[in-house]
Design a protein around this ligand. Structure first.
Ligand SMILES: C[S@@+](CC[C@H](N)C(=O)[O-])C[C@H]1O[C@@H](n2cnc3c(N)ncnc32)[C@H](O)[C@@H]1O
Length: 195
């Protein structure tokens, strides 16, 4: 789902960059994320800020996928030499080959994706054996609190509890390797493909 104007503007702000770098990416690394030489897919790459942090660490490849052309335009404007930015939806990875990525990253986007359950099936196909998904995403409770104050207008159909989210990942062929949460509001997971 496309972002409301208010949320789009908020995503361009310094606090969001700080949070990606100092909290979410840091947590992924604590959970074992290795960027060097990896083939990486980031779903909902937004304006490409995470891409700018990831590509300096020498991945074998980096692909950012987003549904919003406005976000992709900003991401492409960064002129990162080793990044490809593609328009598409996180629950339809049919444009990518089987077993083509070591890692799929989600920095707070799946609460916008009604098809978040089938996202796990798509990841199973595009991930190499032993590949992992690293998730930083917001629970239904968190989004209800945000919308009560900021009126960003998230669609209820895409929301999940962290328990529902983990249960679905496990049901669809991923084991939980690491998990953490900030008071049940933002959840962090590393799910590994079971083969
Ligand atoms: C809250 S923003 C986060 C963007 C970026 N990851 C960040 O942390 O700044 C959510 C992003 O998900 C994108 N998005 C929403 N629905 C999507 C979908 N079905 N597939 C891919 N991207 C989607 C939006 O365009 C937006 O860039």
């Amino acid at each position: 789902m496309k972002l409301s104007i208010k949320e789009f503007d908020a995503m361009q702000m310094g606090w969001r960059k700080w949070y990606i770098e100092k909290v979410e990416l840091k947590t992924f690394k604590k959970f074992g994320l290795v960027i060097k030489d990896a083939d990486i897919l980031e779903v909902g790459c937004g304006n490409g800020y995470a891409a700018s942090l990831i590509t300096v660490e020498g991945p074998h490849s980096y692909t950012g996928l987003d549904i919003m052309p406005e976000q992709l335009e900003i991401a492409r404007g960064r002129k990162l030499s080793n990044a490809a930015f593609v328009e598409g939806s996180a629950d339809d990875l049919s444009g990518f080959s089987d077993k083509s990525f070591d890692v799929v990253l989600d920095f707070c986007i799946l609460h916008h994706v009604e098809g978040w359950r089938t996202f796990f099936d798509a990841c199973r196909r595009v991930l190499k054996d032993d590949g992992s998904i690293y998730i930083a995403d917001l629970s239904k409770r968190c989004i209800h609190m945000v919308d009560a104050v900021l009126h960003w207008g998230h669609a209820e159909e895409a929301l999940f509890t962290l328990h529902e989210f983990e249960t679905e990942a496990n049901k669809r062929g991923f084991s939980t390797v690491h998990k953490a949460s900030d008071l049940g509001l933002e959840g962090y997971f590393r799910f590994q493909k079971i083969h």
